[in-house]
Design a protein around this ligand. Structure first.
Ligand SMILES: C[S@@+](CC[C@H](N)C(=O)[O-])C[C@H]1O[C@@H](n2cnc3c(N)ncnc32)[C@H](O)[C@@H]1O
Length: 199
């Protein structure tokens, strides 16, 4: 039985393939180091804005070198952090290479532009597997997985939703004196795999 919640990323990816009767994903827009493909077959097309391997094509997820309707399934696992120092210092493209954004608006813009591009390169009823995580930014919760459903309106419907729980997180630096605040939000120990079906 395929469960909606686990601490094993490979189990989720295998479950998505099985439920959608796929042997492998056609393309990955943010291939990174290819950790997703530890236990499942590699995708046919690998893209990333900052390729780490020779067979990965350098491309932004907002401008993929593929014709309309090229793929039946596409994977997207973008950075999810904001207030990354390098983002402020180097501007958005470099910031993405460093794994995050400065403001939440920048994250929102990247995600929205990629939803439009993914819609273009997918076949009818094709699926976009979108990994994301909610964040607390500027003392406010940004429920990214809910925002994605809003941003995808008219392009995709949410077909399935998986929760990946984390056993551990990087310890937070201990703040002292005035900087030490009372905890206001739960520490986020989960991320999502959203399966979005092209409308
Ligand atoms: C969380 S990592 C992906 C990890 C990957 N799933 C793996 O298994 O190794 C995010 C990736 O998104 C890439 N990236 C950031 N902005 C991008 C953009 N606009 N277009 C394509 N890739 C981008 C980064 O270079 C990075 O490799």
């Amino acid at each position: 039985m395929i469960k909606s919640c686990t601490n094993n990323q490979s189990e989720i990816l295998q479950g998505i393939l099985e439920l959608n009767e796929l042997h492998k994903f056609d393309a990955d827009l943010t291939y990174g180091n290819g950790m997703f493909y530890k236990d499942i077959p590699e995708p046919d097309f690998k893209f990333d804005i900052d390729p780490q391997k020779d067979d990965v094509i350098e491309a932004s997820s907002t401008n993929v070198p593929a014709v309309d309707g090229a793929f039946q399934s596409v994977v997207f696992d973008p950075p999810f952090l904001t207030y990354i120092k390098q983002a402020r210092e180097h501007g958005s493209v470099m910031a993405k290479r460093f794994g995050g954004y400065w403001r939440y608006e920048e994250l929102a813009d990247h995600y929205q532009q990629t939803l439009i591009e993914a819609h273009r390169i997918l076949t009818d009823k094709g699926i976009l597997v979108f990994k994301c995580q909610d964040i607390v930014h500027n003392h406010k919760l940004h429920p990214t997985h809910i925002n994605i459903v809003d941003w995808a309106a008219g392009l995709f419907r949410l077909k399935d939703l998986f929760v990946l729980s984390a056993n551990h997180r990087m310890p937070m630096p201990e703040k002292q004196g005035e900087a030490k605040r009372k905890q206001k939000h739960s520490r986020i120990y989960h991320s999502y795999f959203m399966v979005l079906e092209k409308q």
